[in-house]
Design a protein around this ligand. Structure first.
Ligand code: G
Ligand code: G
Ligand code: MN
Ligand code: NA
Length: 257
């Protein structure tokens, strides 16, 4: 309840910020994108992780306004970095199922891009499998309009949701992000064999559907080597960088390029 109350004034009091984490192509071309991750610092409660407040913001409906701020800020930052000569590919933004249900969602996304001067084709939205369970005409229309505008769609935390796989052959999803719980079991002492099987199956599924596959939570060179062997397209994780505040992200891009 305390969080719910504090959330109400958080946008107005500018308590949110974004952290950025690079996405890396395994074909040797380096940075292919950046994921924007929401951060909240309340003056009394202190820093509060998304896992602690996103669900609450979804329940209260505050996520619609917060999510729009995230989209606008991520697009603004991407355009500013691009204008400063930095090259990083796409900007990837997490979107909640509650936002997708909002009838004005597509228009808000496209307005965020055009107001920021960031091309829609440079934006990717990360959606969890549970959001795709909605499977309504409205969701179809929304995805169709986003796809025509060039906005890319990725399934986040893939493998942990409760949905059937049937949506994959119907929705215009271009990328699967393998949940980091599977990647954590790939190499070393907690290697299970099962995590390897699931990871390889997801990569094969992605290839069969002509989708790109990204592995989250890559923490070791051994993880990277295995994923490369399995044919994974992209990686993300502490091995390359933690989520960073904007200025540190700039420094990371400059030293990497
Ligand atoms: O960055 P971190 O590990 O704290 O993120 C934890 C979870 O919060 C992740 O699953 C991520 O998808 C989610 N998350 C981070 N930023 C956003 C956001 O802007 N919107 C939504 N809906 N979820 C987010
Ligand atoms: O679920 P989503 O991909 O949106 O959220 C990404 C979350 O994963 C962020 O909270 C980020 O801090 C976290 N994360 C990113 N890289 C790693 C990693 O290598 N290991 C672990 N344990 N978490 C990571
Ligand atoms: Mn994500
Ligand atoms: Na994830």
């Amino acid at each position: 309840l305390e969080i719910e109350h504090a959330l109400r004034g958080a946008l107005e009091h500018e308590e949110f910020s974004l952290a950025y984490q690079p996405l890396i192509a395994l074909d040797g071309h380096g940075v292919c994108g950046i994921e924007a991750l929401l951060r909240w610092h309340h003056p009394e409660l202190g820093p509060c992780a998304p896992d602690e407040f996103i669900e609450i913001a979804e329940a209260t409906g505050d996520i619609v306004a917060i999510g729009e701020w995230v989209l606008r800020e991520a697009c603004r930052q991407a355009a500013a970095w691009y204008a400063a000569g930095l090259r990083f590919g796409r900007m990837s933004v997490n979107v909640s199922a509650v936002q997708l249900r909002d009838p004005g969602f597509t228009q808000r996304v496209l307005a965020a891009c055009s107001d920021a001067g960031w091309p829609a084709a440079g934006l990717e939205l990360e959606i969890t499998e549970s959001a795709l369970l909605l499977d309504t005409d409205a969701l179809w229309e929304c995805f169709g309009a986003l796809q025509s505008a060039g906005v890319a769609l990725a399934v986040d935390d893939f493998g942990t949701g409760f949905s059937s796989l049937s949506y994959l052959s119907r929705f215009p999803v271009g990328r699967l992000k393998i949940d980091r719980s599977f990647i954590a079991g790939l190499a070393g002492s907690d290697s299970t064999g099962r995590a390897v099987a699931v990871t390889r199956a997801i990569i094969h599924l992605g290839k069969a559907l002509r989708m790109q596959v990204l592995a989250e939570g890559v923490e070791s060179g051994e993880d990277e080597r295995l994923l490369r062997d399995y044919g994974c397209d992209e990686v993300q994780g502490y091995l390359y960088s933690r989520p960073l505040p904007p200025r540190e992200m700039v420094r990371w891009l400059q030293t990497r390029a």
